[in-house]
Design a protein around this ligand. Structure first.
Ligand code: ARG
Length: 572
């Protein structure tokens, strides 16, 4: 049986349109803008009136007359210039709800079966991860879960930045400072990189030295490679720890370095295809200028070194050839939009990804309340670690002390789950393209549009379910006895559409919005419709069934956002 309510209603309209011999392209139905008047509406008659040269109200009325015959529909009306409004019978709503509550996917269809490579994260050797990396990881992880749930085979790759000039700069600095490369820890490596950065900005010669070392390292110089490997390993270990704390997971830990050999291949293919040329000593691919000037892609610099572009192009080759990608989706800061435009165009000219969808999804920046990039209290760069610490501090303030029932370990774990949930939800409640202001005072609160609010809603239902179990109360079929139950049921029926849209549009905020309104709708329901104190047994078990369904759905939605659902939430 079809479990998507929108589809069911759309089909009803389509069948009527077909029966009446009118263009069913206009049969689309949407959730009513006026839930006080109707559940769904169709505005097709207005568009049809032009095509049929007929009064739209007249067309609407003939459609409405057919809808009247449908047993699932309670009320039909033609309003205004020709809008068709319908309300569903309660028995119809509850019959779908009952099916959904027995389905392990709550009626959400599996739509896809593509191989989707997701490129997110993109941290770099020797650079502490900062809030910029946060978005890529948090969004990427959510999309990874949504795409997997939709039925795709997802391969996530961190695309570690381990091959560029920073390596040469650090090695030069190690030589300068005469330090033992193989005993450096990640903080020391980061410090060296900072120093090197300043030096190279001020001193052309230092920059040149770093460039030469990088080229030699890439070329396979054994000494430099040894240091490179050590620095890379130490950095990766640190980065992994950060992602683990955030519950962001990758299938692959390929780095830019892994595309080195493929980069030579790209140079060869470009030459064979005659699309590259030498320009001022560099090997370049010119792009179609169209209506805006587009600088060429530099494949090889005059010193023979590959560029950020080359690595990305070569990585496409690997992902298509070795991973059999049908789609490759990148999540980075919006400022890299043009970079990807160039990369995709070059890939197309090279013919290395025929039929493969290449898409860059750029996100906006995280700002502080002053509208400038988010900083620590003392004005420093906000590293990911300090952000997580800040969030934990906030949550700890509202947690009770350890006691006989909940020991310290339990509470610490709870703080972790809430703090990470708060950070992630605050990010994912905004649509990807827009930046957002980090709401330091509000993001970790238990009320408002926050992660903890939704986790709290789940925990509250958990507690109802525990009590019901102790009192031996069973779940029953759903019946609708008041308006709040009806609204909650209709809200639940939107789930299918929400998850599908989030998948199609790569937009987790569609899920976070819905999770928030579902939790709110449950809350209004619960304040007017007692569960455990209800006298009528049938009503009680129906409400218990609804409560469990909402809990299970919220847990799924939080999971899709990469957020944990603690069994209980504690408050000081
Ligand atoms: N390492 C890069 C940076 O920090 C991001 C990498 C994004 N992914 C890619 N395939 N280029 O800017």
């Amino acid at each position: 049986m079809e479990l998507s309510i929108e589809k069911i209603i759309n089909n009803k309209f389509k069948n009527i349109f077909d029966k009446l011999g009118i263009n069913s392209q206009f049969a689309a139905v949407k959730i009513s803008d006026r839930p006080d008047l109707s559940d769904f509406q169709c505005n097709g008659a207005l568009a049809l009136s032009k095509e049929l040269k007929k009064n739209p109200r007249e067309i609407a009325s003939s459609i409405a007359a057919e809808l009247e015959k449908d047993n699932d529909i309670e009320k039909v009306s033609v309003d205004g210039p020709g809008f068709i409004n319908i309300s569903l019978k309660n028995e119809f709503i509850t019959s779908v709800i009952d099916k959904i509550s027995q389905d392990e996917r709550f009626g959400i269809e599996k739509k896809a079966s593509k191989t989707v490579v997701l490129d997110f994260g993109g941290p770099n050797v020797a650079k502490a991860m900062h809030v910029g990396h946060l978005r890529s990881g948090v969004i990427g992880e959510a999309v990874q879960r949504i795409e997997t749930f939709a039925g795709n085979k997802v391969v996530s790759d961190v695309h570690f930045g381990d091959w560029g000039t920073p390596i040469g700069m650090i090695i030069a600095e190690i030589i300068n400072e005469k330090c033992d490369a193989f005993s450096l820890n990640v903080e020391e490596i980061t410090e060296l990189y900072k120093k090197a950065n300043i030096r190279c900005k001020e001193d052309e010669k230092a920059k040149e030295t770093a460039r030469i070392i990088t080229a030699k390292m890439q070329d396979g110089d054994p000494e430099y490679r040894k240091i490179w490997k050590y620095i890379r390993d130490v950095s990766i270990e640190d980065v992994k720890k950060n992602y683990e704390n955030l519950d962001v997971n990758f299938n692959l830990w390929w780095g830019e370095s892994d595309a080195h050999d493929a980069s030579s291949e790209i140079v060869k293919i470009a030459k064979e295809k005659g699309i590259s040329e030498i320009d001022g000593g560099a090997n370049i691919i010119r792009l179609d200028e169209g209506n805006k000037p587009k600088p060429p892609v530099i494949l090889e610099k005059s010193d023979g070194g590959f560029t950020y572009h080359t690595t990305d192009i070569a990585t496409i080759l690997l992902r298509v050839r070795d991973l059999k990608a049908d789609e490759i989706i990148y999540f980075t800061d919006k400022r890299q939009e043009f970079h990807f435009e160039q990369v995709f165009e070059a890939a197309e000219k090279l013919g290395i990804a025929p039929g493969v969808k290449l898409k860059h999804i750029g996100f906006g920046t995280v700002n502080g309340s002053d509208g400038k990039p988010f900083k620590t209290r003392d004005g420093g760069v906000m590293t990911l670690e300090s952000l997580i610490e800040l969030s934990k501090e906030k949550v700890r303030e509202s947690m009770p002390k350890a006691n006989a029932e909940y020991n310290q370990e339990y509470i610490d774990n709870l703080i972790d789950e809430i703090a990470i949930g708060a950070i992630k939800f605050q990010d994912l409640k905004n649509n990807i393209a827009s930046g957002y202001i980090f709401e330091v005072d509000d993001f970790a609160k238990f009320e408002g549009k926050t992660g903890p609010y939704i986790q709290y809603a789940v925990a509250r239902i958990n507690s109802i379910l525990r009590k019901a179990k102790d009192a031996d109360i069973d779940f029953g079929g759903v019946i609708i006895t008041n308006n709040e139950e009806r609204e909650l049921a209709l809200k639940i029926l939107q789930l299918n559409n929400v998850v599908n849209r989030a998948d199609e549009e790569f937009e987790p905020s569609i899920i976070s919005d819905y999770a928030y309104t579902l939790a709110q709708t449950f809350s209004s329901f619960y304040s007017t419709s007692p569960i455990l104190n209800e006298n009528n047994e049938k009503v009680m078990s129906s409400r218990l069934r609804l409560a469990k369904l909402v809990r299970d759905i919220l847990v799924l939605l939080l999971y899709l956002l990469g957020i944990k659902s603690p069994e209980v939430m504690l408050k000081a």
